[in-house]
Design a protein around this ligand. Structure first.
Ligand code: XIL
Length: 393
């Protein structure tokens, strides 16, 4: 079976639509006034049905959702999405905070939930500079480990994690965010690179392939739609492919800003990446409606929201909501034009209330980056995406 289209729903499809329209996916046309409350309910088709046969449509599940503490997100995920990425619970700090001590409970819950609903579980992520305990690359005194020791830590982690889910998790983000944002250097000077050397990326892919030779292995990054970072990424991927490294796909996170969506850039990037023979995955899609805020990492962590940086605490104005819907519609129309090459589009979160963008780049703001609102109701953006999917049938 092709793991990109792994989906065992088939015959339960009709039954599911009927149940869903009865329980939760019924909504009322937005904007109806009190006098007009006879507006007929809209029956909402699950997103995964709208995109069936095109590409997988995924969501990211938080630890709370995986621990059974967010029933709203869980039910939306089960209803609308056929790929589940753990938002945090398969990151190195979640799985192996202390060397040799693994915590798999939430990762197991994600795989189980995916299997129950016929969704594809996605492994995210094995090798990254962030959310990774220092012991992987440094000793207790903060000194860099030798290449041999750091490689061993990386290989052990990958063998244990990929090995545990062999044949069940068939897609892995093997290396995350390895390309540098600025300057001439292709690679970010991450702890992994410092300890092992530039070939840490190749070694990570080799180790993942060894642990599960049938898994789809992805290189995942942000801001790789355009500019020098896209060029660097293309050079990195070409070099990995030329060395015969087992890499199957490139992930474009696509954390966009409504102020500056990267439609044409992403369109071109998908063309360029797929010309290398790789599948393209839109791996963490969301569109923030807020001003960028201060990107400086230290400031971002402490900067308090202000009326200028956090303008929509009382709700999203209709014109902005419509602009967001238009942008989502255009993006999905573009992804659908590339459906031969795009294997999956994953939204980074289930509904606006739990999106990481409420806290990035400024903590404690009110953002509206996803398809469902804080009550779990489908937004104008949801209907725009649905319409595009219908038109593509
Ligand atoms: C984010 C999560 O959404 C947050 O909950 C967490 O605090 C930080 O990480 N790129 C990635 C994702 O690859 O793993 C990140 O997820 C967002 C940016």
């Amino acid at each position: 079976m092709n793991p990109f289209s792994q989906n065992r729903r088939g015959e339960r499809h009709l039954e599911q639509i009927l149940t869903i329209s009865a329980i939760l996916a019924v909504s009322f046309t937005a904007g109806a006034s009190a006098q007009e409350n006879v507006v007929p309910p809209k029956i909402v088709m699950p997103l995964e049905d709208a995109f069936r046969g095109k590409f997988l449509i995924g969501t990211a599940l938080s630890d709370r959702a995986l621990e059974g503490r967010d029933p709203l997100s869980e039910s939306l995920a089960r209803t609308h999405f056929d790929a589940f990425t753990p938002e945090n619970s398969m990151k190195p700090e979640a799985l192996q905070r202390v060397k040799g001590q693994f915590t798999f409970a939430n990762a197991d819950a994600l795989v189980k939930m995916a299997e129950e609903t016929g969704a594809t579980p996605i492994g995210h992520t094995l090798v990254w500079h962030s959310q990774t305990p220092a012991w992987f690359t440094h000793d207790d005194a903060g000194r860099l480990l030798s290449r041999r020791e750091a490689l061993q830590n990386m290989r052990n982690h990958i063998a244990a994690v990929v090995g545990r889910y062999k044949g069940r998790v068939k897609q892995w983000d093997v290396v995350n965010e390895a390309v540098s944002d600025s300057g001439e250097a292709i690679l970010r000077d991450s702890p992994w690179r410092q300890a092992i050397g530039d070939d840490y990326i190749a070694e990570a892919f080799r180790a993942a392939h060894k642990a599960d030779p049938d898994a789809i292995l992805t290189y995942n990054d942000y801001s790789n739609e355009s500019g020098p970072k896209r060029n660097k990424t293309l050079r990195l991927l070409k070099s990995l492919l030329a060395q015969g490294i087992p890499i199957n796909a490139v992930g474009m996170q696509c954390h966009w800003l409504l102020r500056a969506p990267l439609l044409q850039e992403a369109d071109e990037a998908i063309r360029l990446y797929s010309a290398l023979g790789l599948k393209v995955i839109i791996s963490e899609f969301d569109i923030s409606v807020l001003p960028l805020g201060n990107m400086g990492a230290d400031i971002a962590a402490t900067e308090a929201p202000t009326p200028t940086s956090n303008p929509y605490t009382a709700g999203l104005p209709q014109d902005v909501s419509q602009k967001l819907a238009d942008c989502y519609g255009q993006a999905f129309a573009m992804f659908l034009r590339h459906k031969k090459d795009v294997a999956r589009v994953t939204l980074w979160g289930v509904h606006d209330g739990t999106s990481w963008r409420n806290d990035f780049t400024v903590r404690g703001r009110t953002d509206y980056p996803l398809l469902f609102d804080r009550q779990g109701q489908p937004k104008a953006a949801f209907f725009a995406v649905q319409k595009v999917a219908q038109n593509a049938r």
